[in-house]
Design a protein. Structure first.
Length: 437
């Protein structure tokens, strides 16, 4: 074998019940997962009872805007509307080289954090499709160490663009989206709540889902990113998914209006989503930051109904959404930070709920992206992260260091464990922030 990770605790293990395992890797695949593996390898890593997880997956991101903080100016108010205005100011000045360089830098950060798969929306509203060309180049360059999936995203609205309806036919924004797909974008995006009317929003959902069904593509729409409880395009998305047989291939991102909907309507909506196999992607860091801005008090948290959807059998993932861009000034590609915020905002503090928050940035997100060979089992790709934590809950609590990141059987990143040296009489020389009993 090429690599064996010894004495690993898996995310499915229960403390004091399940024995640590050895993970045997040959080439780019896992070939064995068992206690005390009787084999040798060219390289061995001793996990020493720490957590080995499949890599983190970001189901919702905007890589075309990332790391553009301060260009052309800073979002002084921190609001969604100023962020949109800022992006409009920046777009005419974007260059392919700058887009590529910023995206590559972010991918470096991602690998260091054990984030090895990202679904990024890319704005197709600019007829030059400059951002699409740039991120397709990034996708090609990072392929050996990171899976990058691109969503053709009509940020300014599919039908809302000034040139969108000459002669009453949907062109403009839709043509740009189709061209982006022809160039190599993977997923059909949309933003129905940003169209001029509810009717136009519903029409955009129909057009985009029919196009995706025709092309055999997945769908991921920004849907109802609003505090308006009457923004109900997720209902239309579920209906079109069911009508066209797109079950399991469609996701609704944000869904923040569900936070403000009445409970009776939600009791109707969730079974429709489950029936259609529509997944949900919440973005905790951004939803808690941008929603509820017009409220005084009580102030809405804004994030969608994650626990209720999970209980209804709907697949839910968490996304990072933004890092140092016109909408969000913070972030560092750390999906444990995302899970940490999601856990708090959704009040998911039960033991199973905290583990579900970890799943939301790993296995759930991988399912939405349709990643093949994902997981810690024989036959899966040899992609994993050794975390300085004993279980998923501890990993979230500590935002644990990624001691080693493995991609296709090769260690691609290492980080030191978090330790603090103390100079206190009669006390330990260092602390590692883990509970000792």
């Amino acid at each position: 074998m090429d690599l064996i990770i010894r004495r690993a605790v898996l995310t499915t293990h229960i403390a004091h019940r399940d024995e640590p395992v050895d993970i045997g890797i040959d080439g780019d695949r896992i070939v064995a997962v068992e206690p005390r593996l009787a084999a040798a390898a060219r390289e061995e890593i001793d996990a020493a009872g720490l957590l080995v997880a499949p890599p983190f997956v970001d189901a919702h991101f905007h890589m075309d805007a990332t790391l553009s903080y301060g260009l052309p100016r800073v979002n002084a108010s921190g609001t969604l509307l100023e962020g949109i205005a800022l992006w409009g100011e920046l777009k005419p000045h974007l260059t392919q080289d700058a887009l590529v360089e910023r995206a590559l830098q972010y991918c470096d950060w991602a690998v260091a954090r054990g984030l090895l798969a990202i679904r990024s929306h890319v704005d197709v509203s600019d007829a030059r499709l400059l951002a699409v060309e740039a991120l397709l180049e990034v996708k090609r360059r990072v392929a050996p160490y990171l899976d990058l999936q691109l969503v053709a995203f009509p940020q300014d609205g599919l039908l809302r663009s000034a040139d969108a309806r000459p002669g009453g036919r949907p062109l403009g924004g839709f043509d740009n989206l189709k061209r982006a797909i022809e160039m190599g974008a993977d997923v059909v995006g949309g933003i129905p709540h940003f169209e001029r009317t509810m009717a136009d929003g519903a029409e955009s959902v129909r057009l985009l889902c029919e196009f995706a069904a025709e092309k055999g593509l997945r769908v991921d729409m920004h849907c109802d990113e609003s505090d308006d409880p009457m923004s109900r395009h997720i209902e239309t998305l579920a209906a079109q998914t069911h009508r066209l047989g797109l079950h399991g291939r469609v996701a609704g991102s944000h869904l923040t209006s569900m936070h403000s909907m009445d409970n009776y309507y939600v009791s109707k909506l969730l079974p429709l989503m489950r029936e259609a196999g529509v997944a949900a992607i919440a973005n905790p860091l951004i939803n808690i930051t941008l929603q509820g801005r017009s409220d005084t008090y009580p102030k809405r948290r804004g994030m969608t109904r994650v626990p209720e959807m999970l209980a209804a059998g709907i697949n839910v993932a968490f996304g990072h959404d933004c890092v140092m861009d016109p909408w969000y000034s913070l972030g560092s590609a750390d999906m444990l930070e995302v899970a940490h915020m999601g856990l708090h905002v959704a009040q998911m503090t039960g033991v199973d709920a905290m583990r579900a928050s970890f799943d939301a940035v790993t296995v759930n997100a991988a399912t939405i992206l349709g990643l093949e060979g994902y997981g810690i089992a024989p036959g899966c790709y040899a992609d994993c992260v050794l975390l300085d934590a004993r279980d998923p809950i501890d990993a979230i609590r500590l935002r644990a260091a990624r001691l080693a990141v493995v991609r296709r059987g090769r260690v691609v990143a290492r980080s030191p464990a978090a330790r603090a040296a103390l100079s206190l009489e009669g006390r330990p020389a260092e602390v590692d922030f883990k509970l000792s009993r």
